[in-house]
Ligand binder design. Structure first.
Ligand code: SF4
Ligand code: SF4
Length: 403
């Protein structure tokens, strides 16, 4: 296939530039757990290069090494030569897809749920009383989500304001759409309070990241084309997402998949940081978990902290900051490693003594929530909503008071 050949040829020069310095290996969370070269960023890069060159053939062990990467991006963020290691991993997975029988059921499920998302939601809702407890008990899913009554996208598509300052769109993504719609509602609430008309694009599809993670680039490209078609026609200042994986896909992943990206896509913290006023200090202390795709993928570290400071809330930084081990399908395929990383990161956050744990990713929020069940675990947009007094009297407070 032409696409396959072009992608593989484009990959080879980039991989050849590695000087084996090992900087990427030092920050790789899976290497920290397994301490073997094949489980490190540098080792995986060498494996993908040899696979691309035809010197290595697919095998269960090779598949395991390439599919056990969390795609956190910590490696690419430190590589002095700017080698995009996660992009190499994606391409390695594409080559290995046919031989990777271990995840064939996951591929089937993802293909079904991204083709028929609403039907999948209905089926999941109908069977949630027995299916979710069964899957959770058998450790076949990383957490048992509380399904909402209806997805986020069923609400109206245009949210007007009396004195319009601007117009933005919200790309909800699957996690907000089907599991945490209240986060989308909080975002609309904050944006309207700041004078922005909000559009929810009717024909939004999954961003495609979970499919790419399973080597399903062609299926992911079909979603990317449809999303690009829908989003690039919107007359808006920005397309905001509460999920860094979605933002990373729209801004960068689509360039590899379909040769064009959506440059108006941005994380909420980038859009909101200059628009929020400074508040007086309030009686709450929080700690913040940096989602990998926000920090390493999009290079966003300062913006959420600026917002927390503007909201008048004391931030207690953890001693160490690492990956929560979610990584989408990684948490299903590599349950044990995922749990180890989750417990470790939760311990760092709890050690701060902060009353509330805040993050900017719905996936991290759900996953870390498993390990920190005795503390509120919230999204940055909920912190903003509460600190700026935008929640109704009927809503429970989300921030714990300082102790
Ligand atoms: S993306 Fe993360 S897990 Fe994968 S090789 Fe790089 S540092 Fe390791
Ligand atoms: S940091 Fe970059 S150059 Fe160094 S070993 Fe890793 S991929 Fe190679």
């Amino acid at each position: 296939m032409v696409y396959n050949t072009v992608m593989q040829q484009a990959l080879i020069p980039d991989l050849s530039r590695c000087v084996l310095c090992g900087s990427c290996k030092a920050v790789c969370p899976t290497y920290e757990l397994a301490a073997t070269e094949g489980m490190s960023a540098r080792g995986r890069l060498a494996l993908v290069k040899n696979l691309s060159d035809g010197r290595l053939l697919p095998s269960p062990l090779l598949n395991d090494r390439i599919y056990s990467c969390i795609l956190c991006g910590a490696c690419a963020a430190v590589c002095p030569l700017g080698i995009d290691i996660p992009e190499a991993i994606y391409r390695g997975r594409r080559i290995l897809r046919k031989s990777d029988r271990k995840r064939r059921f996951l591929r089937y499920l993802l293909r079904f749920s991204t083709t028929w998302p609403d039907l999948s939601f209905k089926l999941l809702s109908l069977s949630s009383d027995f299916l979710l407890p069964f899957l959770s008990k058998r450790k076949l899913i990383p957490f048992r989500p509380d399904l909402p009554d209806q997805p986020f996208h069923v609400i109206e598509q245009v949210h007007k304001v009396p004195k319009k300052k601007g117009r933005v769109a919200v790309f909800a993504g699957c996690s907000v759409n089907f599991f945490l719609p209240h986060l989308g509602e909080s975002l609309i609430n904050v944006l309207q309070a700041l004078g922005y008309e909000v559009i929810l694009p009717k024909d939004e599809l999954c961003c495609g990241a979970p499919l790419r993670a399973l080597g399903m680039d062609e299926e992911a490209a079909a979603l990317a084309k449809q999303n690009h078609h829908v989003l690039s026609r919107l007359r808006v200042e920005a397309i905001l997402s509460l999920c860094p994986t979605c933002t990373l896909s729209l801004r960068h992943g689509y360039a590899s998949l379909i040769g064009k990206h959506i440059d108006k896509a941005m994380d909420i913290s980038v859009f909101l940081r200059d628009k929020l006023e400074q508040k007086s200090p309030i009686d709450a202390s929080i700690t913040y978990h940096d989602p990998c795709h926000l920090r390493h993928g999009l290079g966003i570290w300062n913006e959420p902290r600026e917002i927390i400071a503007k909201a008048g809330i004391a931030l207690k930084e953890p001693r160490e900051s690492g990956c929560c081990g979610f990584g989408g399908t990684f948490s299903v395929s590599y349950r044990e490693m995922s749990e180890q990383l989750n417990k470790k990161q939760a311990a760092h956050l709890l050690e701060t003594g902060a009353g509330t744990i805040v993050t900017s990713c719905p996936g991290c929020m759900l996953h870390l929530g498993q390990a920190v069940s005795d503390k509120p675990m919230i999204h940055l947009i909920e912190l903003i909503e509460e600190a700026y007094c935008l929640r109704t009297l009927y809503q429970e407070p989300v921030l714990a008071q300082s102790v």
